[in-house]
Design a binder for this molecule. Sequence first.
Ligand code: GLY
Ligand code: MN
Ligand code: MN
Length: 437
Amino acid sequence: MTILPYAERRARLLAAIGDGIAVVPTAPERARNRDSHYPYRHDSYFYYLTGFTEPEAALVLVGGAQPQSLLFCRTKDPDKEIWDGYRYGPEAAREAFAMDAAFPIAVVDDKLAELLANRPALYYSFGHDAAWDERIIDALNRVRADARAGAHAPAEIRDVRALVDEMRLIKDAHEQDIMRRAAAIAAAAHRRAMGAAAPGRHEYEIEAELLHEFRRHGAQAPAYAPIVAGGANACILHYIDNNRALRDGDLLLIDAGCELDGYASDITRTFPVNGRFTPAQRDVYQIVLAAQAAAIAKVAPGNRWDEPHEAALRVLVQGMLDLKLLAGDVDGIIESGAYKRFYMHRTGHWLGMDVHDAGEYKLGDRWRPLQPGMTLTVEPGFYIRAADDLPRELWDIGIRIEDDALVTATGCEILTAAAPKEVAEIEAVMAERAVAR
Ligand code: GLY
Ligand code: MN
Ligand code: MN
């Protein structure tokens, strides 16, 4: 395991907090029912600073002349390890994760009261985890109760996320490498889905192909609930039932990405169930593809966050006019928002450990400029629900095309480029399917 990026990130955060103290707990385990739990997922902030994936842990950074990284974690427990598997224990964890010291999680309350005393500022994210909020308030009150002995509690409480979000926004080489691999696995999964789709198969069968491909390449989980939406279901933006049969002549929209070593990929592809676009489907598809190309051309350092969205929107609105879905002119339609009937979301989001990743989109009241190392999705869409005032051949066409982009020194790298998206490429991949099922 590479520990270097984590120690380096802690050093940067320590430098930013001065004489303050930062407390970053990991996520709690969550029960699904009785004694069954949801698969455990660490907290992204905690993981970013430690690389440690066990539950019941917290990182405490003590700033100042001699900055310290302290880890609190579960102790070794031979009985529990027989049931649940290996746990580091403080001693091995200190060594493996390059901490200055490590302690049993059971002593964290006492230690916190000790460590918070006489620190000018506490960096912590209140409102994120109620149980931890209570612990922190308790520790602060214990320091305050000691006032007559000369101890004072931090006068300032700041959100540690404000500092870490800015760090998380720029992906270092270690993160870029994992994200490239997460994207490649998801791209292979979409190609596999194209090879598996056929009239009569079910959305869940295609979902199973995606999950198979994620897992067989070592991705630990989907990064979010996969959307496998045939026909009209594609117009339901967060459709996750995935339980309908695929029909000849329909499109299939798949929005699915995997999580690999803590990092998400996020891809959408839309293709015909039977392998050939109808002329109407192709017309709408080409508009979305052109909108995506216009947006990707704007993903470059110095351009502001909303420039890709604005570029995609103009192409989509022109397409709505060309298809006679709307009347008027591009500027007027953007001004009035009439396009939202067919395009009701924005064109992307930051991507990283969280699929909708950390980081501000504006600096003050202006969209922030893109910088090398930022990663974002580019995902224009076009959704035409059945309605009597619209041409029947366009009914139930829902299309989104989504790629993951890494901003480089000169433009961007499309991490998900291996997922087919040109019409000819999709039709060729699908023509090679084994048709007999
Ligand atoms: N899959 C979530 C999104 O595209 O934002
Ligand atoms: Mn997305
Ligand atoms: Mn998506």
